[in-house]
Design a protein around this ligand. Sequence first.
Ligand SMILES: [Zn+2]
Length: 402
Amino acid sequence: MMTVTERFLRYVSFDTRSDEHSETVPSTDKQRLLGAALVEEMQSMGLSDVSMDENGYVFGFLPATAGQEDRPVLGLIAHMDTSPDASGENVSPQTVLYEGGDIPLKNGDVISLEAFPFLSKYVGQEIIVTDGTTLLGADDKAGIAEILSACAYLAEHPEIPHGKIAIGFTPDEEIGCGSDHFDVSRFGAQFAYTVDGGEIGEIEYENFNAASATLTVHGVNIHPGSAKNRMKNAILMANEWIGRLPAAETPSHTEGYEGFYHVHDMEGCETQATVSMLIRDHDRALFEGRKRFLEELTAFENSIWGEGSFELSIKDSYYNMKEKILPHMELIENAKAAMEAAGVEPIVVPIRGGTDGARLSYMGLPCPNLSTGGANFHGVHELIPVPSLEKMVDVLVNLMKV
Ligand SMILES: [Zn+2]
């Protein structure tokens, strides 16, 4: 039987970087290569109804053991793509025995203990790191490896009773599209977990409410030599609008449950300027209040510069899954118990972002998120301790037995 580490190392050899500028589904064809390899592996493990659909979603099912057919179907979900933020090509994982201090990478870079003090928890453990030139892909190939290792274990231990388990591997999570084409009814689970979190023990069921906003500013351009009382410089107008945002409510000044406005892109000239921003808040009422504030700010600026000078469009992206999980808190209790039984201390943390599970929860599939054990996702300092990979397999086996 392949170990979880062997599985993981095999999956990271596939470059599955997604592309936010692509119009295709999945966003990159190369994700299908990992999908096809997973289909083959799942079939050889004896999972049933294994398939990859036209959008690149891989589904398969571990049938219930005798007498357990009436139990609710539990889903386990991970994503196959890696972040566009760093290269995922020719990933060259290195396993090091961590003895403390900085971890030197092959290309001369280091993973510094000062920058990442959590490393001290892993002294004495084998840690898988990159060669410093790519990301690792623990996000989320560790999740895939853990789910399939847990399935393989149960497939080889038919004496352990469990209900039917639905397995789903999605493309394009990193570009926010992982649940766009997820066929919840074909998946057939009553509830599920994404295995896509960070350090071992994390359980997440609260995420941001999220929206994106685009401000378009219309100015009036005139030769600067004769512009007095006539030029309306869209750049300066946009700057004025930004200047009236609450200065301390930005990502760099907030943590925990605190929300923010995040201006992340701006371009323009005297005639027209556009500002792109994100709006985030865990609390739904505060979230709605933030959107209202931007509307009022825009109306205020129009009262100064003339009606139609500022146009704001706001689009909701996703909502806090907490609303959908609260009626099913047994999902959180079961996850905690599964961790404790594996010797893992559960840590419930709010996500300062979204997950595929948040969208799925609003599509009728309540879906909290569990740790993979990895850390420093989306960059060259990504890593995962081998014992965390192994522990998460135990946790998932415990969860499937519940
Ligand atoms: Zn992920």
